[in-house]
Ligand binder design. Sequence first.
Ligand SMILES: C[S@@+](CC[C@H](N)C(=O)[O-])C[C@H]1O[C@@H](n2cnc3c(N)ncnc32)[C@H](O)[C@@H]1O
Length: 204
Amino acid sequence: MANKDHWEKVYDTKAPDAVSWFAPHLETSLNLIHQATTQKAAAIIDIGGGEATLVDDLIAEGYTDLSVLDISQKAIDVARNRIGQQAEKVHWYCADITQATLPQNYFDVWHDRAVFHFLIDQADRDKYVHQVMRSVKHGGYVIMSTFGPEGPLKCSGLDVVRYDSDHLHGQFGSQFQLINSSTEIHQTPMGTTQQFLYCFCKMV
Ligand SMILES: C[S@@+](CC[C@H](N)C(=O)[O-])C[C@H]1O[C@@H](n2cnc3c(N)ncnc32)[C@H](O)[C@@H]1O
């Protein structure tokens, strides 16, 4: 099954709070975004945002230049409908991140929770890094979260690559300064746990 079909089916058949990656609020992501910028006009993009409430929380905090990209139209529709009128202010992209057309040299903050780890081919990871380098401003911040070294081998039935901070930072290279990294145990709605890694980088 093609990647897009897989994700459309997931979001067609599962409630937002019934997927393993669900969290009511992405607290760690929010904290890292606050570390990156408190400028409410900062351009922030959430890659593979799915049905996560990160964009709702950023709108509520007063951020005005928000973008969400996801391969699933269904996920985008759920998030848009939940947000209501305020969703009109958000830039929504339904696209595969390895092929998307994003504005050049534009974003102050790039956020990805649990998307990059699905890229199991080096060629796709290279395309992803190229997207970051093309669309994030110099001096901008990149927040990447993947499964950690003790995380699951699969997510949503798909193989993933697990990372420690050196391995993840190594995918991005010397133009990305690793400011800090941490691991976190995520409690899934099914009562299991998953180790996530967070890397907070600056483009230099
Ligand atoms: C595990 S979910 C994480 C969702 C959200 N970031 C969160 O933390 O709740 C992965 C998300 O990435 C999206 N996705 C998967 N592969 C993608 C790709 N190549 N390009 C864009 N989005 C993708 C899926 O549709 C899904 O919404």
